[in-house]
Design a binder for this molecule. Structure first.
Ligand SMILES: NC(=O)c1ccc[n+]([C@@H]2O[C@H](COP(=O)([O-])OP(=O)(O)OC[C@H]3O[C@@H](n4cnc5c(N)ncnc54)[C@H](O)[C@@H]3O)[C@@H](O)[C@H]2O)c1
Length: 396
């Protein structure tokens, strides 16, 4: 089957690599360096499994092809996965659907009969609206739940696959393809959940809203413990050993961040504003801001001469700086006149958020009397004395 995947991002590349095991797959993007990277069998972002798998696909003689020519890659495609950005627009308080709209227009032009599998996160109703606007008949919405840094591993072994379609025959055909592609990758076929397109779109937003709420909850617990001089770890353990709560995903942080949770919670909030009552999602969004402000006050109350910020990446094992909580923390510190320096090897610029950037850990600890870290690392072991972190469990 000829398949095109639009967008060489975490979602698009993991999807393309999975499907290339048994199909003729071309992935397209507008960024030359990403295309070149795939054609060299290297992941353009931190994910060693993708790099390994790209070389294996070449050895197996069905390489994943990458191209800048979107129209060329779409021509003749029987199935198209769309995994382009849907950024949150602060003005409209909705996802910005312009890139997805352009891609649907190109699909309508080049391969109008293809099955279009929307994978970008969208507001409920958006996928059908795009299909209607561009006259595309066969459309599915299949959300992705992967974690950055382990995108292919999560795509190969997902907890579930959600298939949203309003067309029974399309649902049957797609599910059969999904089963075969997992067998071709020598993986167990994951549980497949069938629902309408709007239900699948909603499931993605509510999954992320739950994760954000859980992060905000344990952060709030941690702020409470910090304020009262209590041991947060003991409280969290006592709370989480209840099986209904669970000991996972409970590590305090400087706030949830990354590409998805901040934008998806805010977009969901707007969906509610339009048609249903809610209190919880707005509280989660507000709690995340409160947490950042509280920790900034905690840092400033220690009267440091110079604060070092250890890494801006949002998570362990990620090279992604998008919307990490530490980005806001840096700006909040410098806006308060706090002398601050940022250590982030992935940053090429010399200044960030009003603070100079260094690539030297020695400089960071030599020049700062306090270093804050959202997540610690073994490389910090020698420097514990001057560290301010709320990372209790050394994981996300
Ligand atoms: N990152 C995640 O963990 C994750 C998880 C689940 C869902 N999502 C959702 O999936 C979507 C994609 O996220 P991502 O993290 O993979 O994005 P990304 O930013 O990593 O990748 C998107 C790619 O699309 C490319 N692109 C932009 N315009 C294009 C065009 N006109 N034609 C072709 N390519 C174009 C960009 O250059 C970029 O390389 C978003 O809606 C996101 O919310 C992301």
């Amino acid at each position: 089957m000829q398949i095109s995947v639009v967008g060489i991002g975490y979602v698009g590349l993991a999807t393309a690599t999975l499907w290339a095991a048994a199909h003729d797959v071309t992935i397209v993007d507008v960024i030359q360096s990403k295309v070149d990277s795939i054609n060299r069998q290297e992941s353009p972002f931190e994910d060693s499994l993708i790099t390994t798998r790209l070389s294996e696909l070449v050895a197996e003689e069905h390489p994943l092809k990458a191209s800048l020519n979107v129209a060329g890659a779409l021509e003749g495609a029987e199935m198209v996965f769309v995994a382009v950005p849907t950024n949150y627009d602060e003005k409209t308080k909705r996802f910005d659907m312009r890139i997805a709209g352009d891609v649907f227009a190109q699909i309508a032009h080049e391969c109008p009969d293809a099955y279009v599998v929307m994978r970008s996160t969208v507001q409920p109703g958006s996928t059908e609206e795009l299909a209607r606007t561009h006259g595309i008949e066969h459309v599915l919405y299949c959300p992705e739940f992967l974690r950055e840094g382990q995108s292919l591993a999560d795509c190969l072994r997902p907890s579930r696959i959600v298939v949203g379609t309003n067309e029974q025959a399309l649902s049957d055909r797609y599910c059969a393809l999904v089963k075969r592609i997992y067998e071709a990758n020598n993986e167990l076929v994951p549980p497949i959940l069938l629902c309408s397109i709007a239900e699948a779109e909603s499931a993605k937003l509510f999954a992320n809203a739950y994760l954000a709420t859980r992060v905000a909850f344990f952060n709030e617990l941690d702020s409470f413990a910090l304020q009262r001089g209590l041991n947060a770890s003991k409280i969290i353990r006592a709370v989480c050993l209840d099986e209904r709560i669970g000991t996972h995903y409970n590590n305090p942080s400087f706030g949830y961040g990354g590409y998805c949770l901040p934008k998806d919670t805010k977009a969901l909030l707007h969906v509610f504003d339009e048609d249903a009552p809610q209190d919880l999602i707005s509280a989660t969004v507000a709690a995340n801001e409160t947490r950042k402000k509280y920790l900034v006050e905690q840092v400033l109350s220690l009267n440091p001469k110079r604060v070092g910020v250890y890494r801006l990446v949002a998570k362990y094992g990620s090279d992604n700086l998008r919307n990490s909580a530490l980005r806001d923390i840096v700006s909040m510190l410098t806006n308060r006149g706090q002398d601050t320096i940022v250590y982030e090897p992935f940053l090429e610029q010399e200044e960030f958020g009003g603070a100079p950037v260094t690539h030297s850990l020695e400089q960071l600890f030599d020049e700062c009397d306090l270093v804050i870290a959202n997540r610690t690392s073994p490389e910090l072991d020698n420097y514990r004395g001057t560290l301010f972190t709320r990372d209790l469990y050394h994981r996300d």
